[in-house]
Design a protein around this ligand. Structure first.
Ligand code: SF4
Ligand code: SF4
Ligand code: FES
Length: 735
């Protein structure tokens, strides 16, 4: 329990942890001290003076060194002669603070009047209007009139590009440095800086290309004015026109919590995603998103989405009804022995889809368990499930005494928000970092120990019991983050097994904040592998019938006499299929994902499905019913309940449980835009950790990498994939 400090704010007594700043202490009793430059996730700088308050401390008798009491026995407070910035002053025992006195109110008015002398006052056309701290605080605390002559205003660039993803309106900037501090202190991308002095001071970028960071979008959220607008959202809608649905990013294994803002396109009558915003989950993404998660949503409304089922007739795919497509599939499956059917499911689908697909293959069709694509990641998901993080694990709890090892992974490229969080554990809180890779990554900047091995030889390196891993035995907690770069499925599994073994050897197997963290390719690789319990042997090259659900276009897809493809787009694989089923996008349906650190999280529909596309689970159930199975799942909640009853990792979990929330710190969200920025508070659910499930079998020996392993491209956040290639704003970034 942290030492508590007693103080009063406006006469209200409270006790808060030692070291807390006055501005945060006031927040704990829901008292707002207005701020601009202060942000609860950034180190204070005291730049704007908006948070001035009166501060007093117990009067000390210089002779006796004792606290002076008045006649009634109350402590006499010595008030400081000048106002103090609440954002830079920590609480102290017996402190008194006045946030509503005349000098404080006058100071706020003065600060606002001063800020507005160089502000364009274009609120009616400003993107931030409706969620702007400057607008809100001016209404609450500002002067009714300005003594400043409007004609004397300094004019500046209004739409200057800060790189390809962000624009700056220099007239609106109030020089709070939140954007610069985020980039310096949180992202460690030093790409923004102040330029010039006095009224000519402005934010510039000095990187090539401009604003070169994977995290730039966050600066728009925390900018307290409309100075920073994203290329994606600017002029696309006003906050009061937007509806919001809670979702989870599926682009990587972090599982960042998001809020999808939609707006009705009155021309087309279609409700569309206009922006993706962070939703607070302090154990997952805190209040941050990477730019892939923020801007990679355009595939949902892509013009070439599949709208109808397609059936091959006379050699060509032709539009068909769902009824005819489902009947054709089930008629075909009834005529083929189960062993001649192969099912492959992609790791982008929801856990509920995967569960029904797995049951459809084994229980209804009588086929072998489905395969999961990509094959490499599915080879070690059961090992990661067995040795993953414990139920209460939180990267924020990692610090001094803890060891983080990154093996064969590029955390910033593969799981950007984990990069932010693990970096803070090392740089801000003193965890020890060891990085082992065949090449350099950004994580190497913070490493206390570095090991190198030949490309594709990660498992061999671990099997050799390297000295770098001997550090593990003295660690309070040990977290091992690993990737499958340049590894075959076999070698990736061998790597996971040997890392799990190293953790167990060092005594970390059952600790809550220790475990393996795989850098899976997508947001639900773990959930899909859990639900399917996939076949791990060689995938057949051919079959009588193949059902390929959400797999994209992998080179190793089996050929079959009759191929069914469930997809968002007419991929080359779909174009060659016999039946194509249009799948609903994640934003059009309900479901859950399980992240790489084993957290199950729900997402909700943000708008109606495109055309006649339907959730994958629905199509799987319809086929099962036509084949005589009495499935009647009403939706993902019922499917999740069946999974939770059957799968030990999910036992005891429910949709209601995943939707539970509890108070989080710092207090951010829609009622708190003046304090935390435009991030959304989490009212929809924090998710829940799934459990470790032991896996048997000895560690397998790694084999020499093949040429195919070694020539696979290295992971890159903007590697052009089936989904992000539809985001025009990211076009210049794709590799
Ligand atoms: S652009 Fe916004 S966040 Fe950056 S200094 Fe200006 S007002 Fe502050
Ligand atoms: S870090 Fe991963 S989950 Fe989070 S926004 Fe980026 S791609 Fe999405
Ligand atoms: S000086 Fe305290 S919020 Fe800016």
């Amino acid at each position: 329990m942290a030492d508590l400090i007693n103080l009063t704010i406006d006469g209200v007594a409270l006790a808060v942890p030692k070291g807390m700043l006055i501005v945060d202490a006031a927040k704990t009793i829901e008292k707002d001290i207005p701020v601009f430059c202060y942000h609860p996730k950034l180190k204070p700088v005291g730049l704007c003076r908006m948070c001035l308050v009166e501060v007093g401390t117990p009067k000390i008798d210089p002779a006796t060194k004792q606290i002076v009491k008045d006649e009634a026995g109350a402590t006499v407070i010595a008030w400081q002669p000048k106002l103090t910035t609440a954002c830079t002053t920590p609480v102290s025992e017996g402190m008194s603070v006045r946030t509503q006195s005349k000098p404080v109110i006058d100071a706020r008015e003065d600060v606002l009047e001063f800020l507005l002398t160089s502000h364009p006052l274009d609120c009616p056309v400003c993107d931030k209007g409706g969620e702007c701290p400057l607008q809100n605080l001016t209404l609450a605390h500002g002067p009714a009139v300005s003594r400043y002559d409007y004609a004397d205003k300094q004019h500046n660039d209004k739409h200057a590009p800060l790189g390809d993803l962000m624009f700056i309106d220099r007239e609106r900037c109030i020089q709070c440095a939140r954007c610069i501090r985020f980039q310096d202190d949180i992202a460690d991308d030093h790409v923004l800086q102040f330029h010039n002095r006095g009224r000519a001071e402005e934010v510039i970028t000095f990187s090539t290309p401009g604003f070169d960071s994977y995290f730039g979008g966050n600066t728009s959220d925390i900018c307290p004015v409309g100075a920073l607008t994203t290329a994606d959202f600017r002029f696309k809608g006003r906050p009061w026109e937007l509806k919001t649905a809670a979702s989870v990013c599926g682009h990587c294994a972090v599982g960042c919590n998001t809020a999808l803002n939609t707006r009705l396109n009155t021309r087309t009558g279609v409700r569309e995603i206009k922006r993706v915003m962070p939703r607070q989950n302090e154990q997952v993404n805190e209040i941050w998103l990477c730019d892939k998660g923020r801007y990679g949503h355009h595939f949902t409304h892509a013009a070439n989405r599949l709208t109808h089922p397609l059936i091959r007739k006379d050699g060509a795919l032709q539009e068909a009804t769902w009824e005819s497509a489902l009947q054709l599939i089930s008629d075909k499956l009834k005529t083929v022995p189960g062993q001649k059917v192969v099912g492959v499911i992609g790791d982008r689908l929801a856990t509920e889809d995967a569960w029904l697909f797995g049951r459809l293959m084994t229980d209804v069709i009588g086929a072998a368990p489905a395969f999961v694509s990509p094959r490499t990641a599915s080879a070690y998901a059961d090992v990661a499930r067995a040795a993953g993080l414990g139920a209460d694990a939180d990267f924020k709890a990692l610090g001094k005494g803890d060891v983080i090892v990154v093996v064969n992974g590029d955390v910033e490229e593969q799981a950007p928000v984990w990069f932010l969080r693990l970096r803070q554990a090392v740089v801000d809180r003193g965890a020890k970092l060891i990085v082992a890779h065949h090449r350099s990554t950004k994580m190497h900047r913070y490493a206390a120990g570095i090991a190198r091995f030949a490309p594709g030889a990660a498992a061999q390196w671990v099997a050799g019991q390297p000295a770098e891993l001997a550090a593990l035995k003295d660690a309070r907690n040990a977290v091992i983050v690993f990737g499958d770069e340049k590894l075959s499925g076999h070698n990736a599994r061998a790597l996971a097994q040997s890392l799990a073994h190293a953790l167990a050897e060092a005594g970390h197997a059952d600790k809550p904040n220790s475990g393996l963290v795989p850098l899976y390719p997508h947001g639900n690789t773990q959930g899909v592998c859990d639900a399917v319990d996939p076949s791990r042997g060689a995938m057949p090259e051919s079959a009588d019938v193949a059902w390929l659900a959400g797999v994209g276009d992998p080179a190793d897809a089996p050929r079959a006499g009759f191929t069914i493809v469930s997809e968002l787009f007419l991929t080359p694989l779909a174009a060659a299929a016999d039946v194509v089923l249009p799948a609903a996008a994640p934003a059009e349906r309900e479901g859950s994902y399980t992240s790489g650190d084993l957290r199950a999280q729900r997402f909700w529909p943000a708008h109606p499905a495109h055309g006649e596309s339907r959730p994958d689970w629905w199509a799987f159930q319809e086929v099962a019913r036509r084949m005589g199975k009495d499935w009647s799942f009403g939706g993902p909640e019922a499917i999740f309940a069946a999974l939770a009853a059957a799968h030990p990792a999910y036992n005891g979990l429910s949709y209601a449980g995943l939707a539970a929330v509890k108070p989080q710190w710092p207090m951010v969200g829609r009622a708190e835009v003046n304090f935390g920025g435009t991030v959304y508070d989490n009212t929809a659910g924090l998710g829940a950790r799934t459990a470790r499930v032991p896996v048997g079998g000895a560690a397998e020996a790694p084999v020499e990498p093949t040429l195919a392993d070694l020539t696979r491209p290295e992971p890159a956040l903007y590697r052009a994939g089936d989904l992000i290639r539809h985001s025009a704003v990211l076009a210049g970034r794709l590799v």
